[in-house]
Design a protein. Structure first.
Lengths: 289, 255
């Protein structure tokens, strides 16, 4: 243990405990990262039978699709939702839309709008000026569902996006020390902004390292922001992590194939739930209806 | 025409799309066909170029693997240069890129793309994935190049049902297809035509949309070495899950 580590909190916890301790129905939960989705956290949300979650999940993807199918979500703020491998449809997302099911409130925003909204949240201001995307459905058909507006000021007029302030952010890092100083090797997407905008930040690390190693590699998420640290190798599989494991094409294709029907997705869910979890939040209600 | 056991028009389309990267400079690369074109470009001759991705990165060489998407970081980590965030790329630097190359699922003569809804928004007949960062980058692109590699002319329309991404005022908008290239927006015109099956239908379709087809240039043929490189890439892409690659390689039609 380093001298810094000896004098600072050890924030290590487990995935099960982090989800149990920090996530409740009705909360807004950011799920990172863009291109390295925290499937392990999403699956734990499902296992713990959470519902009524307002997800902020910029890259949507199959993680959002799984949470939609498992009825975890009350709303989703997202940029797009598909399988990036193929590419192929995200079938639960698509089935819901094509059947006219509006149970889950969707805030469809461009990635730029989401980044700006998280910036506003991080800065503690109610909105952020943005390019208004004129002539698109975001501006003309209200795809952001009330999150996009305009203001006039003595400095000029501008489109604005409403701040996003998640209650909890789950952030994937390659390495972290026990104080929550996280190292991300690769593009950051919106993840740093999300951590800064959120009340509680849970860092999910592929590897726990000393503080010296975290500092030497460059800290992306400072421990200042971090509430808890989870050590979970393989956290984003079937997505990949630079230098550790590649995106699993076969696993992506297998999920898409299974989720292409409601029945196939139910089997996928059943398989997921067969893995153990000691905590539930909703009495084990039936999600398969 | 020569008989092939692959979709020659798709292969040649990919080569021509890759040449857009080889015009040099900083090129924003979108999902799908642009990823393949960007990867192939390293095997072609031309000007040096750097790619930029919406997740917040630039790359300066071919990926170790064919990236399954722009977010497949392990595939191109070997060539990373700038590493930042999405806001830097999509908002702060977007207008500085020499070219923005994006996939066009459904496109109209104004250069607008629909990747969100077919039919009504309340109950679409097809729910498409949505725009991601394309709306942001398209709106600020100085030169916007759309890639439409399929063979369905109905995807080129007078007016898309819904607009996911639209070019900003004053930007040059060009559309690559397997039959030729069109300039879209005000003064839409056919820029280049290929001497291939379907070209006549393509011209008639553009004319029906009000696109001028008076003076296209005839495109120079794809060289054997370029086609071989594209085929090699498509084989690798098929292994990496690309449906367009699998379709192109499985095609039994003769061109």
């Amino acid at each position: 243990m380093t001298s810094q580590g000896a004098t600072m909190d050890n924030k290590l916890t487990t995935l099960v405990d982090a989800v149990s301790d920090f996530v409740r129905p009705g909360m807004s939960v950011y799920l990172g990262n863009f291109g390295a989705q925290l499937f392990c956290v999403g699956h734990e949300l499902i296992r713990q039978d959470l519902s009524e979650i307002d997800a902020v999940i910029a890259s949507g993807g199959l993680l959002m699709d799984q949470l939609l199918g498992a009825r975890v979500l009350r709303s989703a703020t997202y940029g797009h939702c598909w399988s990036p491998v193929g590419p192929s449809p995200a079938w639960n997302f698509r089935r819901a839309a094509e059947s006219g099911d509006s149970t889950v409130t969707l805030y469809e925003m461009s990635l730029g709008l989401i980044a700006a909204a998280l910036t506003a949240g991080a800065w503690g201001v109610p909105f952020m000026p943005v390019p208004g995307l004129p002539g698109t459905g975001y501006a003309d058909e209200n795809w952001p569902n009330g999150r996009l507006s305009t203001v006039s000021s003595e400095f000029g007029n501008t489109a604005i996006v409403r701040a996003i302030t998640p209650d909890v952010a789950f952030v994937h890092v390659d390495k972290a020390d026990v104080q929550g100083n996280g190292v991300i090797n690769g593009p950051l997407g919106e993840v740093v902004l999300a951590a800064q905008a959120s009340t509680t930040v849970v860092v999910v690390a592929e590897e726990i390292v000393t503080t010296e190693e975290a500092i030497s590699e460059g800290i992306s998420i400072p421990g200042l922001l971090t509430t808890a640290v989870i050590h979970h190798a393989g956290a984003v599989a079937p997505d990949g992590v630079i230098g550790r494991y590649d995106r699993d094409v076969a696993a992506y294709e297998d999920y898409v194939s299974r989720a292409a029907t409601q029945e196939g997705f139910a089997v996928w869910m059943s398989d997921l739930l067969s893995s153990a979890s000691s905590v539930t939040h909703n009495g084990g209600r039936d999600r398969h209806a | 025409m020569t008989a092939t056991d692959y979709d020659e028009l798709a292969v040649d389309f990919l080569v021509r799309a890759a040449r857009e990267f080889r015009r040099g400079g900083w090129v924003f690369t979108g999902f799908h066909w642009p990823v393949l074109a960007g990867q192939l470009a390293y095997a072609l001759d031309g000007q040096p170029f750097s790619q930029v991705f919406e997740a917040g990165a630039s790359t300066h060489g071919a990926g170790r693997l064919v990236p399954t998407s722009t977010t497949d970081y392990p595939a191109y980590a070997n060539s990373l240069g700038f590493v930042g965030d999405s806001a830097s790329i999509l908002l702060a630097m977007a207008r500085r890129f020499d070219r923005v190359i994006l996939d066009a699922s459904n496109i109209d003569v104004h250069g607008r793309v629909n990747s969100s809804y077919i039919g009504s928004r309340d109950k679409p007949s097809v729910r498409l994935p949505g725009g991601g960062g394309a709306p942001d980058i398209a709106a600020q692109a100085r030169e916007l190049v759309w890639l439409s590699g399929g063979n369905d002319l109905r995807r080129i329309q007078a007016k898309v049902d819904h607009v996911t991404a639209a070019p900003g005022p004053g930007s040059l908008v060009r559309l690559h297809t397997r039959w030729g290239i069109a300039v879209l927006g005000t003064g839409a015109k056919l820029e280049e035509i290929a001497d291939v099956r379907g070209a006549d239908e393509f011209i008639r379709h553009l004319e029906s949309l009000g696109v001028s087809t008076d003076a296209p240039i005839t495109r120079t043929p794809v060289r054997d070495a370029e086609r071989d490189a594209a085929l090699s890439l498509l084989h690798a892409a098929a292994e990496r899950g690309y449906q367009v690659a699998r379709r192109a390689l499985a095609a039994t039609e003769r061109n």
